[in-house]
Design a protein around this ligand. Structure first.
Ligand SMILES: CCCCCCCCCCCCC/C=C/[C@@H](O)[C@H](COP(=O)(O)O)NC(C)=O
Ligand SMILES: Nc1ncnc2c1ncn2[C@@H]1O[C@H](COP(=O)(O)OP(=O)(O)O)[C@@H](O)[C@H]1O
Ligand SMILES: [Ca+2]
Length: 516
C-alpha cells in the first residue's frame, strides 16, 4: 500500500517550493499544472486496484531540466485515502499557481512553409497539448502568404492577448516582431520613418516555437532550439527583454533587426539561398559554399558611435546569461533616462568614428547569434539587452584566411583574433557603399550598368563593383546606404536568457536544499 501512497512523501509546501521527497523539490515557479487524477481510468486498466480502499490522487506536472538547456514536462502523482486532504492540496497548489503571472490567452501564428515545413505538425503534436494542460487558450492562425501574420497584427484586438507566439524561423519571428512593434507605434502616433523617434516599448511578449532553418533568435535566448523547451518557457511566463535596431534610409523606415544585419558574405548567402528554398535548411550550406568560392568584397564607408554606456566589450570572456548584470545595468539606465526625459531621446552628439575600406563582410549583431550551426555565435560576448550591437568588420583577405575566420564560428577559438577582423560595440552606425558615394558625387553610374563586373582599377582584386544586399534577420534588404540605431530593450520574449550550465545549476539547487 505504501508504494501507492506517495502522498506521504510529500512533506512540505512553501510559497516557493514544493518538496516531494528528501532530495527532490520543484520551485512552484516551475510547476506547469496540477490536476485531479482520474482514478477510474487507472482502476479500469489494472484489476488489482478494485480490491483496495477508495483512493484519491492528484498529479503535479513540472519542468524537468535535462542536458544542454533542454526542458521536458515531467509529472508525479500523489495518492491519498482522505478526499478532503487531497482537495486541500489541489486547492493550495492552484492558489500558488494563480500567484504566478502566466499567460492565459495567446495568439499563435504558424508558418507552414518554414524550415522543413513541419511547423503545423510541431505545433499540433508538441505544443498545443502542453498549452491545453496549462489551461492556456489560443487563437491559432496558419499563415497563407508572407506578411499574413504581420498584416493581421495590425487588425486584431491585441489587448485581448497576453502574448503572441510564432511557429517558424527567424524570418517568421521578424515578421511577427514588425507587426507588434509597428502596431504599438501606430497606436501611439509615432512616425517610424523618423530615425530619431523615441519608440514605444512593446510589452506584449513574443514566444518563438522554433520550426525554421536557423532559429538563431530562439537558440540565442533559450540556449537550444527545441519546440517543447520553448513552449514550457512560454507557459511559465518567462520574460527576457531584447534590444531591437531600427534600419532607415533617407528618413524612410526599412526594417527592425534583433539578430544579424549582415552585408557582403551573409547578405549574398541569403540572396542566393532564397532561390533554393526547396532545399530546406540545407540551402544555407549550398549557398554558403558558393558564396565563399565567389569571394566578393565590397567597398564602402562605415561610421559609428561607440556604446560608452555599457560596461562590456565584445572581447569579454563572459557571455550574457540569465540575470546578466550588464543587461540589468542598462535597464536601470533606461529607467533613469525615462524619468529624466520621459519618452524623449537624449540628444547625443557623441563622437562618430569613420572607417573606409574593402570588406568581405560587415555584420552587426544585437545578440550572440548562436545557432546550431554556430553554437557560440557570431559575437559570443554580445548581450541580449544592453542597448548595444557588436559591429564586426571583416576586411578583404585571402580565401584561406576567410575560411579560417568562418571555421572559428564553429569551434572554441577566438574569431576576432585576426588582423583583418575588427569588432566594436556600438549604439548606432551608418554604412554607405562606395558605389553610392560615387553616384552621389555624380561620377558615372558604372556599377548599375555593368552589374557583376569587378573593380576596373584592379581586375584581380575580386572587389565587386555591384552592391551586396543586407541580410536582416533572414530577410533581404536592398539598400546601399543605411542608418542603424539600437533601441535598448524595445521588446520582450517568453524566455529567460541562457542559464548557467547544468553543473552549476545543480550545485545551486543543493545549496537551496540545505537552506530548507
Ligand atoms: C565553411 C564553414 C562555414 C561555417 C559557417 C557557419 C556560420 C553560421 C553562422 C550562422 C549565422 C547566424 C545568424 C542568423 C541568421 C538568420 O537570421 C538567417 C535566417 O534564418 P531563418 O532561415 O529564417 O531561420 N540565417 C542565415 C543563415 O542567414
Ligand atoms: N504561408 C506562407 N507562405 C509563404 N511564405 C510565408 C508564409 N508564412 C510566412 N512566410 C514567410 O516565410 C519566410 C521564412 O519563414 P521562416 O519561418 O523564417 O522559415 P526559414 O527559417 O526556413 O527561413 C518569412 O519571411 C515569412 O514572412
Ligand atoms: Ca545587445
Amino acid at each position: 500500500m505504501d508504494k501507492w501512497i506517495s502522498m506521504l512523501r510529500c512533506h512540505k509546501i512553501s510559497r516557493s517550493f514544493l518538496c516531494m521527497s528528501g532530495n527532490c523539490f520543484v520551485p512552484t515557479s516551475e510547476i506547469i499544472a496540477v490536476e485531479e487524477t482520474d482514478l477510474n481510468k487507472k482502476q479500469r486498466n489494472s484489476g488489482k486496484w478494485q480490491k483496495m480502499a477508495k483512493l484519491h490522487a492528484f498529479t503535479v506536472y513540472y519542468v524537468k531540466k535535462a542536458q544542454n538547456h533542454r526542458w521536458r514536462c515531467s509529472d508525479v502523482t500523489f495518492w491519498c485515502v482522505d478526499e478532503q486532504l487531497c482537495n486541500q492540496w489541489i486547492q493550495a497548489l492552484k492558489e500558488l499557481l494563480e500567484l504566478q503571472t502566466r499567460p492565459k490567452q495567446l495568439l499563435v501564428y504558424i508558418n507552414p512553409y518554414g524550415g522543413k515545413r513541419q511547423g503545423k505538425r510541431i505545433y499540433e503534436q508538441k505544443v498545443a497539448p502542453l498549452f491545453s494542460l496549462a489551461s492556456i487558450s489560443t487563437d491559432v492562425f496558419v499563415t497563407e502568404r508572407a506578411n499574413h501574420a504581420k498584416d493581421n497584427l495590425f487588425e486584431v484586438n491585441i489587448n485581448k492577448y497576453d502574448g503572441v507566439v510564432c511557429v517558424g524561423g527567424d524570418g517568421m519571428f521578424s515578421e511577427v516582431m514588425h507587426g507588434l512593434i509597428g502596431r504599438m507605434q501606430k497606436d501611439s502616433g509615432i512616425d517610424q520613418n523618423n530615425p530619431k523617434a523615441p519608440l514605444v516599448q512593446c510589452n506584449i511578449r513574443i514566444g518563438i516555437i522554433p520550426a525554421g532553418s536557423t532559429d538563431c533568435v530562439c537558440y540565442s535566448t533559450v540556449g537550444i532550439s527545441d519546440p517543447v523547451t520553448s513552449a514550457l518557457h512560454i507557459i511559465l511566463g518567462d520574460s527576457q527583454p531584447l534590444d531591437v535596431s531600427s534600419v532607415h534610409h533617407n528618413n524612410t523606415f526599412l526594417k527592425y533587426t534583433v539578430s544579424l544585419l549582415g552585408y557582403g558574405f551573409y547578405g549574398d548567402v541569403l540572396k542566393d539561398s532564397e532561390k533554393k528554398r526547396w532545399m530546406g535548411p540545407m540551402r544555407y550550406d549550398y549557398s554558403g559554399f558558393k558564396t565563399f568560392l565567389s569571394h566578393h568584397c565590397y567597398e564602402g564607408t562605415i561610421s559609428f558611435q561607440p556604446a560608452k554606456h555599457t560596461l562590456g566589450s565584445p572581447r569579454d570572456k563572459d557571455s550574457c546569461r540569465t540575470g546578466c548584470h550588464i543587461c540589468r545595468q542598462s535597464e536601470q539606465q533606461l529607467a533613469e533616462q525615462r524619468k529624466k526625459c520621459g519618452l524623449k531621446h537624449e540628444e547625443d552628439e557623441e563622437e562618430w568614428k569613420v572607417i573606409k575600406g574593402k570588406f568581405l563582410a560587415i555584420n552587426a549583431v544585437n545578440m550572440s547569434c548562436a545557432c546550431p550551426r554556430s553554437p557560440k555565435g557570431l559575437s559570443p560576448a554580445a548581450h541580449l539587452a544592453d542597448g548595444s550591437a557588436d559591429l564586426i568588420l571583416v576586411r578583404k583577405c585571402s580565401r584561406f584566411d576567410f575560411l579560417r575566420y568562418l571555421v572559428r564560428h564553429t569551434n572554441q577559438d577566438d574569431q576576432f583574433d585576426f588582423s583583418f577582423v575588427d569588432v566594436y560595440r556600438v549604439k548606432s552606425f551608418q554604412f554607405t557603399s562606395k558605389l553610392l558615394e560615387d553616384n552621389e558625387s555624380d561620377v558615372t553610374d558604372i556599377g548599375k550598368k555593368h552589374f557583376g563586373q569587378f573593380c576596373r582599377d584592379h581586375p584581380a582584386c575580386c572587389c565587386n563593383i555591384a552592391n551586396s544586399t543586407w541580410n536582416c534577420d533572414g530577410e533581404t534588404l536592398d539598400s546601399s546606404a543605411i542608418e542603424v540605431r539600437v533601441h535598448c530593450q524595445l521588446m520582450k520574449l517568453f524566455a529567460r536568457g541562457i542559464e548557467e550550465n547544468h553543473k552549476e545549476a545543480v550545485s545551486n539547487q543543493s545549496r537551496v536544499e540545505q537552506l530548507l
